[in-house]
Design a binder for this molecule. Structure first.
Ligand code: AHM
Ligand code: MG
Length: 356
């Protein structure tokens, strides 16, 4: 008989990797796992909205229906509140971070940054969406945690993960000792270890970016794209283009098959579109832990200085060799000095606002 290992069992087993751990991080991960099962249940019912009632209307029990991203935000915050291990939740859904007050959280040491439902515009068309989370230890030692505790660089993450609500639901996470993936078995309501020690192939043949933005791309990205499309038997080119438009799903696929995901700066989004704290840092931590690479085209994502909660960044992430090749082209055709000069011109014209 095959023995299944649940997420809960696995987390407890792995607690011994941290000799002085008291189980707080384990409980925090468990809380996130529980909330994601609740969100999963609602995401699976998304197509029924038309018969059960749209967002903003009352459902059959007289409760008002919420947009799923709002619902997911509330579920994660509420699970983290009752779990008692987290003192601040910073969410892509909220302008400001949320303090978790109360008796149960008074000694809480952890900060959670979360994008509760990434790619939520895909829900209407039944395409995979995801949750992305990132965990930091608070830096300050007294009183209430502060913004300083939240604005930590990606290298300070103690854990990060994502949940993909796809043809099956998976939770993938790292605590800095490799990456493990768990598939939700709906018959028992548990995430079960299905992808132990995940590794992203060093080389891949899938490139993933929104080609509709081509005219707005930096020259380095345009050159890389052309490189991907040229015929060359030795390197299996032309590569395959795949873009779901749901970061978690695009990166998850590339992690398994090998590939690169790029969301560069564009002339219409000069700082990039994706958020450093909620999207880029956690995904970069996971991909690096799986043996891949994540940069903004020039520098490592995890080392970027975090100066504001909703700061944006370009991202080049995935199979190491593919990312390195794209970076080479960025250096050659879109040198950082030129980029910075263009940025400061736009800034002085008030077209872009610093780092955010
Ligand atoms: P969101 O946080 O508003 O959901 O946006 C993030 C999503 C990512 O999942 C995805 O990679 C990207 O936006 C797609 O953007 P675009 O439609 O510009 O290609
Ligand atoms: Mg998002």
């Amino acid at each position: 008989m095959q023995v299944v290992k649940t997420l809960g069992q696995f987390i407890i087993e792995k607690q011994n990797d941290f000799p002085y751990a008291k189980g707080e991080l384990s409980r925090l991960l468990r809380d996130i796992g529980i909330a994601s099962k609740i969100v999963n249940r609602e995401v699976n019912k998304a197509g029924l909205m038309d018969i059960l009632g749209d967002a903003g209307t009352m459902n059959i029990q007289g409760e008002s229906q919420k947009k799923l991203d709002v619902y997911a935000n509330e579920q994660f915050i509420s699970a983290l509140k009752s779990g008692g291990e987290c003192c601040i939740v910073a969410s892509e859904e909220n302008d400001e971070f949320v303090y978790i007050d109360g008796e149960v959280s008074k000694n809480a040491k952890y900060i959670v940054a979360i994008d509760p439902l990434d790619g939520s515009s895909n829900i209407d068309v039944n395409v995979a969406v995801g949750t992305i989370f990132s965990i930091y230890r608070r830096k300050t030692t007294e009183g209430k945690a502060t913004l300083e505790d939240v604005l930590q660089n990606g290298t300070e993450q103690v854990a990060a993960g994502y949940v993909i609500y796809g043809s099956s639901t998976m939770l993938v996470y790292t605590t800095g000792k490799g990456v493990n993936g768990f598939t939700l078995d709906p018959s028992i309501g548990e995430f079960c270890l299905s992808h132990p020690e995940m590794k992203i192939p060093k080389e891949g043949t899938i490139y993933s970016l929104n080609e509709g933005n081509y005219v707005h791309f930096p020259d380095g990205v345009k050159k890389y794209l052309k490189y991907c499309q040229v015929e060359d038997a030795v390197t299996s080119r032309p590569y395959t283009s795949r873009y779901i438009g749901s970061m978690v799903a695009d990166i998850h696929r590339n992690m398994i098959k090998g590939g690169i995901f790029i969301y560069p700066t564009t002339s219409s989004a000069p700082n990039g579109k994706l958020r450093l704290v909620y999207e880029c840092n956690p995904m970069a931590f996971i991909i690096e832990q799986a043996g891949g690479r994540a940069t903004d085209g020039y520098n490592r994502i995890l080392e970027k200085e975090v100066v504001s909660l909703h700061q944006r960044s370009a991202i080049f992430i995935g199979s190491e060799n593919m990312v390195r090749r794209a970076e080479d082209m960025m250096r050659e055709f879109s040198p950082l000095d030129d980029q910075m000069e263009a940025d400061s011109k736009l800034e002085s014209l008030g077209i872009i606002g610093g780092l955010d």
